[in-house]
Design a protein. Structure first.
Length: 88
C-alpha cells in the first residue's frame, strides 16, 4: 500500500522514513501506525488495475516424450534422418 509520510520521521519495516517520503508498506503495518498516530501517514490512491505481463512474451512450449499406440515411450531410431523423433 503506497503511503505518503506526513510525520517528521517514522520507523517502519522499510527502515526509518522521513516526512514527504512515499513508501510502499504492508496494509497491516499501515493500520497499526494509523492507530497510534492518525496523522502520520496519508494513503495514496492505488492503481485500479495491476500491471499486466507483456502479451508478446510467451513461454516456449515444453517438449513431451512421444508415445506408442499402447502408451509406452517411443524409442529414438538411429537409422532415420530425424534426430529426435522420440520427442514431440
Amino acid at each position: 500500500m503506497k503511503v505518503l509520510v506526513m510525520h517528521r520521521s517514522l520507523s517502519t519495516s522499510q527502515g526509518i522514513v522521513r516526512g514527504g517520503d512515499e513508501v510502499d508498506l504492508p496494509e497491516v503495518e499501515v493500520k497499526k501506525i494509523m492507530a497510534m498516530k492518525p496523522t502520520a501517514l496519508q494513503v495514496l490512491k492505488a492503481d485500479p488495475k495491476p500491471a499486466k505481463k507483456a502479451s508478446w512474451k510467451k513461454k516456449a512450449a515444453k517438449k513431451k516424450r512421444a508415445r506408442n499406440d499402447d502408451g509406452t515411450l517411443r524409442a529414438d531410431d538411429p537409422q532415420t534422418a530425424d534426430i529426435n523423433e522420440a520427442w514431440q
